[in-house]
Write a protein that binds this ligand. Structure first.
Ligand code: 0L1
Ligand code: MG
Length: 261
């Protein structure tokens, strides 16, 4: 058992990611790990990735739907970092074997037109900084066995971030009712779930405002051009080789992701 520090924990989580190996909760060995320290571990993990040449391209929110919070046993939304190495082109196949236990969830994604800096960001102000809205998919892959974690564990693990794709068609935010925007998730042509944007904290703009205000507490802001994944609309489904997961939105278009060996 290593001595758990910010540095050793970041190193252990990166080792699991690179080795495609899950493991026990960090909080088993570090029971009083608090949220502030967990975000410092997340930032240390990011430092290692940017040190290896990756660049930050945005932010993801996680656990923004009550259904998902209940299922994962964690009732607080969280944020994580998106880097260029996590980007999938629309339709790009995903080699499942390079991950531990990948799952896919449909999301409403924003591309930012202006800097958004908290504190005190409202949903309205958040939306005014959005340049375009997109259909999105996130591939999550926890570095914990069976996705079993407490909130500080999953924060340290960069909110289970793994890969993501956003649709190429950029829809202007004006005129969209994102709380009512509905999506249908299917696996190999069979509908497995449906949801509306209201599943994300009542409206995805609330998730964006929450991210801006949370980052402000760490002296950070959301930058123009960044992609924001606002959180899974439905439960995530496992990605298997040979299987295609698709999402069709009312106004944002459709997106598919196919698993390969
Ligand atoms: O993007 C998400 O909602 C995932 C956040 C972390 C929880 C999980 O791994 O399901
Ligand atoms: Mg997600």
């Amino acid at each position: 058992m290593p001595e758990w520090t910010i540095d050793t924990t970041a190193g252990e989580l990166l080792r699991r990611e690179h080795g495609r190996e899950d493991g026990a909760r960090i909080t088993e060995g570090w029971p009083d790990l608090d949220l502030g320290t967990a975000y410092r571990i997340q930032d240390a993990l990011l430092d290692r990735k940017t040190g290896a040449g990756q660049t930050v391209v945005g932010v993801k929110l996680g656990l923004t739907s009550r259904a998902k919070q209940r299922r994962m046993g964690v009732d607080v939304p969280l944020t994580g970092w998106l880097t260029d190495a996590m980007t999938l082109a629309p339709g790009e196949p995903v080699a499942v074997g390079q991950f531990i236990h990948p799952r896919v969830e449909p999301e409403i994604a924003f591309v930012m037109g202006a800097r958004l800096s908290g504190p005190g960001v409202t949903a309205e102000r958040a939306m005014s900084a959005v340049r375009s809205v997109h259909a999105g998919f996130e591939v999550i892959d926890s570095r914990y066995r069976d996705f079993d974690f407490a909130l500080p564990d999953v924060v340290a693990d960069n909110a289970s971030a793994c890969r993501f794709a956003v649709s190429g068609s950029a829809v202007p935010p004006d005129g969209l009712d994102l709380a009512e925007e509905s999506c249908r998730l299917s696996v190999d042509g069979e509908t497995v779930d449906t949801a509306t944007g209201a599943a994300v904290l009542g409206h995805p703009a609330n998730a964006l405002a929450l991210a801006a205000n949370g980052l402000a507490e760490r002296g950070l802001a959301i930058e123009p051009g960044w992609i924001i994944l606002t959180g899974g609309l439905t439960d995530a489904v496992p990605l298997h080789p040979g299987s295609t997961v698709s999402v069709a939105f009312d106004s944002l278009g459709a997106l598919s992701l196919t698993g390969t060996r």
